[in-house]
Design a protein around this ligand. Structure first.
Ligand code: CTP
Length: 408
């Protein structure tokens, strides 16, 4: 059975505000992405935003009428600044101009969007994605206003650095729609690991035989990357040590790429020594052995058809090395089994001497978008029903956070 990827904003109502700036073109893509993730999107634009993209475009993409004017008579009580925000789950301003940040910092209400933001219920999250020229971003007044809006619990997403529409380069670019989407999705997740450092391994290892060949396995890295993303969503500082995969680094995480088990081991041990990690999650499918007689040159078929003689030596066990440290982080292992999962999983947790082990059937999950997990701890086991890997990763992070707080 294949489980469809969950729509990550299913049932969420988002008020998307556009203010004046060339980045308005990215708001079109953002709207599509929000709708695709299951959100219903109500667009409100400032007059300046309509100079960059038409309300008709935004209406077509969101499937809803767009509001610009404070005195809009389409709302029966003539109070769009109140009614439009009352049943939404978040307000997102993208792009958010220099001027609009200044208005938010000062509480100025001189059009529908600014009035609506000031009139929002206290608990309604407001997120802004700044977009402006580098000098405007660095300007002392802007930086003052940015500090003020942060102090007022407005969440700032970005900006990024890079080439700008004006031809200059630097901070001030609005983040890409997929990045804004990821931040918005994360804003709805419980911050169960807020400020904690979490170290994760993912993907396969690659053990060379000669300069062009090697031994690896079918791990795609998807589960480990999903766990890294979920830990970031929960507010953690995430370092992801990854074997070779075709995946992009999960947003917000620090990824270090390696090839061999030995390299993965060395990077992990250096990270643990350098920064106290609250949690270590070993998701990587690490080769237990490596070739000890790696050939410097490509092995050739010989005239006598002799087969290459490979010799092996054991790789270090990364999880066991971390778990054996004094003041070890909370260690979580993964076990990819091919049969008798309940028996092997429970035994492996004890053998590895770790508080939590996550079991799955390896060949049924490698490369797939969904999975089924069994969590083994000292009190027994718990099954997490088949779901897409992002949902399972979030459940796992929440289970880890609960155990971490009750272990205190
Ligand atoms: N692991 C590790 N370093 C290794 C081998 C495994 O950190 N050199 C970690 C994996 O990331 C995973 C767990 O240990 O979290 C898997 O344990 P292991 O006993 O090696 O699993 P299998 O290889 O499945 O064991 P076996 O071959 O005995 O079934």
């Amino acid at each position: 059975m294949n489980v469809k990827r969950a729509m990550r904003l299913n049932g969420k109502k988002i008020l998307l505000g556009l203010t004046g700036g060339i980045a308005c073109y990215k708001a079109a893509e953002l709207t599509r992405a929000l709708v695709k993730e299951g959100a219903s999107v109500q667009v409100v634009m400032t007059k300046a935003a309509t100079e960059f993209i038409t309300p008709m475009t935004m209406q077509a993409l969101s499937g809803r009428e767009v509001f610009v004017d404070q005195w809009d008579a389409r709302i029966a009580n003539h109070m769009p600044h109140i009614d439009l925000s009352r049943d939404v789950n978040a307000i997102l301003i993208a792009p958010c101009s220099t001027n609009f940040i200044a208005k938010l910092a000062q509480g100025i209400c001189d059009d529908l969007l600014s009035t609506l933001c000031i009139a929002r219920p206290t608990k309604l999250p407001l997120l802004i994605a700044p977009a402006m020229n580098v000098e405007m971003w660095q300007n002392a007044a802007t930086q003052r206003n940015v500090l003020q809006v942060i102090a007022d619990s407005i969440q700032i997403i970005g900006p990024g650095a890079g080439e700008q529409a004006c031809g200059e380069t630097g901070m001030g670019r609005m983040l890409e729609p997929t990045q804004i989407l990821t931040e918005l999705i994360a804003s709805f997740q419980a911050k169960t690991l807020l400020g904690k450092h979490v170290l994760i391994t993912a993907g396969p290892s690659f053990e060379p035989i000669d300069p062009v060949r090697g031994i690896t396995n079918l791990s795609s890295g998807k589960m480990g990357y999903a766990v890294a993303q979920a830990a970031w969503e929960a507010g953690a500082h995430v370092t992801l040590v990854s074997g070779p995969t075709g995946l992009e680094a999960p947003y917000g995480t620090h990824r270090i790429q390696v090839q061999t088990a030995q390299q993965m081991h060395d990077v992990v041990m250096a990270q643990v020594a350098h920064q106290k990690q609250a949690v270590f999650i070993a998701v990587a499918a690490v080769a237990d052995w490596r070739v000890s007689n790696v050939s410097e040159q490509k092995l050739k078929k010989s005239a006598e058809s002799r087969l290459p003689q490979l010799e092996f030596e054991e790789n270090p066990d990364i999880l066991a090395s971390v778990a054996a440290l004094e003041n070890a982080p909370y260690c979580v292992g993964f076990a990819a089994e091919s049969e008798r999962l309940l028996e092997h999983g429970a035994n492996k947790r004890i053998k590895k001497n770790i508080p939590l082990l996550v079991g799955n059937i390896g060949h049924q999950t490698f490369g797939q978008d969904d999975n089924e997990l069994v969590l083994f701890d000292e009190s027994g086991y718990k099954q997490l029903a088949r779901a897409d890997k992002s949902s399972l990763a979030r459940q796992l992070i929440s289970e880890i956070a609960q155990r971490l707080s009750s272990a205190k």
